[in-house]
Design a protein around this ligand. Structure first.
Ligand code: ASP
Length: 592
């Protein structure tokens, strides 16, 4: 149906006969002449119908409407002087058509493909029309290229690609499972994998040494702009490795992806920071380092304070933290607003102090001692016009809220260089974290992550209070980009006795552990090599490197915030017969 593509037709082909097929994108009827921008996967080219070239073709052209599918033959010609369009690659040429065939018609469109930004629900319902738009199409072409970059990289580094089952048993990644009822074993359910975690470990035990997979994972969580119930991970596992080996292989991959998509070289190695440092300085385990502004700890300075709120915090073992905003002019109203914002974030209060010639200007200035003010000035190295924000609370709370408040200041006062890509490894995560909901310690990463140092005896030491559970450090790491977690992994526990010890630490009974993970425990007993790995959020990485705001923009057929597919109408009811076969009775329905 064609021997050339529209968007790549070259002016070197002027004078040649060509056959093209595609969609009618734009159409201009200039009385005698009809101009059409014909579009295919590569772009557009102008085609011209003139009664002088072919009366018949010109007549058919009169019937063409937006998005009709046509096939044409004609001669490539130079566009007349002054009518070139240098904004598109084919802008200097046109095709004079002498034969046309209509391959399909098109109903009036629910939205125009250009000059109109349809609502997201229209875009998702008519995803095929949305994707006809070249900028949308380009995203998925980039995505396709990215798959190749990933596969090439891992092939070059002796990794083997695998597919692991979707119908499986629960893998504990901290979310709710999607489950699938079994017809052959009624009353039984498969869980869709939250990740291939256990399979990749089993492949290491099988001796494959290096594994990767570009794999769909399923997590039944509340959705946000950067979350989907099914999403794609680049999943990796390696044998006989330590943290540095995994990070270095990962950096190589990220570097290649980064260069392929942005066209820029990534400077390696990437910055690293411990979890503790991240929390202390930025109040979060995923700091956005596109702008500096670390927190200062003023607790020491206020050891002898008489200022009520600060005194209370110091007495109760809390912390007093400060942020310094420099080179910005803030009005009194700005300062009042910042107090409001901090309160909305959950702060019990926020103190501001403006540095002026005469000293600090602040509603609380009179309660602070000269010595305290002097020490703050020295520690923060502040100059006239700077504003110091101070918060006092329990350690975790003040860190968390100050961390959020820092991001607010970054946005509001345009401190963030939006063009920058700032990667960061956060390492040395705590192994455990207390779950208020389950009233026990849970694995912060997952229960297969190994601690630094010996695991043997830890359960007893925790029980006898010989060690603070929160002080145990995991061999776990996250990769952060611009304040967003884009990957994470760990060195695993590779001995069955250690894994049992970990279950004991997590208060998981032996019986339950055997029930859920017996196959893993057994495999660990049969010569499991030391191993570790990582998984990256492929969609998130693409979204960020392409400068898009929503993960839905990089997923061909995404779900809405409510987990529905507007194109197909999923999820939907199933016929009673199917439910009967599964011996399932529906007890309720979410009203739509
Ligand atoms: N399975 C983990 C996750 O999905 C990643 C890993 O530990 O390799 O987050």
């Amino acid at each position: 149906m064609r021997d050339r593509y529209c968007g790549t037709l070259k002016k070197e082909e002027i004078g040649k006969r060509v056959n093209l097929s595609g969609w009618v994108f734009r159409r201009r009827d200039h009385g005698g002449l009809i101009f059409i921008d014909l579009r295919d996967v590569t772009g557009i080219v102008q085609i011209v119908f003139s009664p002088e070239i072919s009366k018949e073709a010109h007549e058919i052209a009169g019937e063409l409407r937006h998005e009709y599918v046509i096939s044409v033959s004609g001669k490539v010609d130079k566009r007349p002087e002054g009518t070139e369009n240098l904004n598109i690659p084919t802008g200097e040429i046109e095709v004079l058509v002498d034969a046309v065939e209509i391959l399909n018609t098109c109903k009036p469109l629910p939205f125009q493909l250009e000059d109109e930004e349809p609502s997201e629900s229209l875009r998702l319902k008519y995803r095929y029309l949305d994707m006809r738009r070249l900028d949308v199409k380009k995203v998925f072409m980039e995505r396709s290229r990215a798959y190749k970059v990933v596969r090439d990289y891992f092939n070059d580094h002796n990794f083997y690609e695998f597919e692991t089952p979707f119908f499986t048993k629960s893998t504990p990644e901290g979310a709710r499972d999607f489950i699938v009822p079994s017809r052959l074993s009624t009353g039984m359910f498969y869980a869709l994998p939250q990740s291939p975690q256990l399979f990749k470990q089993i492949l290491m035990i099988a001796g494959f040494d290096r594994y990767f997979q570009i794999v769909r994972c399923f997590r039944d969580e509340d959705l946000r702009a950067d979350r989907q119930p099914e999403f794609t991970q680049i999943d990796v596992e390696m044998s006989f490795v330590d943290v540095d080996d995994v990070l270095s292989i990962s950096e190589g991959l990220i570097g290649e992806l980064f260069e392929a998509i942005t066209g820029h070289k990534l400077v390696l190695p990437l910055q690293r920071m411990t979890y503790r440092e991240a929390m202390e300085l930025y109040g979060t385990d995923k700091p956005d380092l596109r702008f500096d502004m670390a927190m200062y700890n003023l607790t020491d300075i206020f050891k002898g304070t008489e200022f009520g709120v600060f005194k209370k915090t110091v007495d109760e073992g809390g912390e007093i933290k400060a942020l310094l905003l420099t080179d910005r002019t803030l009005t009194r109203k700005d300062l009042d607003t910042s107090v409001e914002v901090a309160k909305e974030m959950g702060a019990s209060g926020l103190v501001w102090m403006r540095v002026e010639e005469e000293g600090f200007q602040s509603p609380v200035a009179k309660y602070l001692k000269d010595e305290e003010k002097e020490r703050i000035k020295n520690l923060l190295k502040c100059k006239n016009g700077d504003v110091v924000f101070i918060m006092a609370d329990r350690k975790n709370r003040v860190n968390e809220i100050m961390g959020k408040f820092r991001l607010y200041l970054g946005e509001k006062y345009e401190l963030i260089d939006k063009k920058r890509f700032q990667f960061l490894w956060v390492v040395d995560f705590p192994l455990l974290e207390y779950s208020e909901e389950e009233r026990r310690y849970v694995a912060r990463h997952h229960p297969f992550t190994s601690p630094k140092g010996k695991i043997k005896g830890l359960a007893d030491r925790i029980e006898s209070k010989d060690i603070d559970p929160e002080s145990i450090i995991a061999r776990a790491y996250d990769l952060v980009l611009n304040g967003v977690e884009i990957g994470g992994g760990s060195i695993r526990i590779h001995r069955a006795d250690d894994q049992m010890e970990m279950f004991r630490i997590l208060n998981i009974k032996e019986e339950e552990a055997r029930e859920k993970f017996g196959f893993l425990l057994e495999a660990l007993e049969m010569g499991a090599p030391p191993h570790g790995g990582i998984a990256f959020g492929f969609d998130r990485i693409l979204m960020m490197l392409l400068g898009l705001d929503s993960i839905r923009d990089v997923i061909p057929f995404p779900k809405t915030q409510k987990g529905t597919c507007l194109l197909t109408g999923a999820p939907s009811k199933v016929p009673q017969k199917q439910l009967n076969e599964l011996k399932i009775r529906v007890l309720g329905e979410t009203p739509r």
